[in-house]
Design a protein around this ligand. Sequence first.
Ligand code: SF4
Length: 375
Amino acid sequence: MIGPKQERGVYIHVPFCQQACSYCNFYFVTGQRDHTDFITAAIREIKESSEFFGEDRIIHSIYFGGGTPSRLTLKELESILNQVHSTFTVSTDAEITLEANPEDITKDIVNAWFNLGVNRISLGIQSFNDKLLALMRRAHDGKEALHAASIIKQSSFRNFSFDLIIGQIHQDLEMLNQDLRYLESFKPPHLSTYLLTVEEKTHLHKEIQRKRLPDVADRTQEEHYLHLMKWAEEWKYTHYETSSFTLDGYHARHNANYWNHSPYLGIGPSAHSFDGKKRYWNSRNLNEYIASATASRKEECLSRIDFINEKIMLGLRQSKGIVIDHLGLSEIERRALDKSLQAVNPLHIEYDSRKIRLSNEGKLYADGIASTLFL
Ligand code: SF4
């Protein structure tokens, strides 16, 4: 059920990418493509979802993710944004984020996005290091990353985030430090940092299977993550979620909806939605999506136990942790949780009768610890 004070967000998945990054398992298509059918389908899906949040149509965030939303023309972006505005009531202070890749950044396009009402950019830098960018098969090099970061820093955008991937194959601490020094010069108000994960069916996975690349080293990942946390503390970043850091309170509002179990509507192929009760997901195939949009949505009703387990997982990822009373446990479940807590390495977790949160070291094992605590 949607609570009266909960924020609501609309996510638009733009599935176009210049090329396939070696580690990526998001849904995307590559090559020069005509976007017209996608835009038509997305607009139709937004219109058909007007009742998604019930009678109250106020939304507090719009997020263009992907894929690579910066590959849309200004007109295409505008037409989707206009449809969101005419279907929903976008709150006056709504966060409107656009994910962008460095190779698409020019002064003119960044200004045009701002004038269109976008008020937050999330830039997929990943690294400034040419060797690592080539290994990741990114479409940009270090020079383009620097150029894009400078344009955004000097633009009208006050709220922007840089993505960084750490713990990479062949990345040593000096390379990480070099990336961090560049960050120091830009001081992005928000940082999203991810440990490289090797997902099945990706190019990276195949390369490791064929022994052309070594596997990701756990020790490197641990070392990089702990180093990053130390660096972030020195530079006054608040580490408010496992992968997210902010300066001066520029928290990611849209992402917080996911972490706080707030409702969100997902538009586009592979997009997920949640209405407070059920989860929905769209076809992970562009042609199928274009042909049927809302009709291709599948749904699943979450059980009470699913909800509790999700709250445990999402709560552990956030620095505020889990408020045990908010889990709504029976006495038997509460005792089971207490028992599971004792099975977690005490160096990884801090808890009392009210709250549970991870220690800095524990943040490295958030998912594993969550599954130990699941009912
Ligand atoms: S640009 Fe982003 S979505 Fe596209 S392939 Fe690379 S990581 Fe995946």
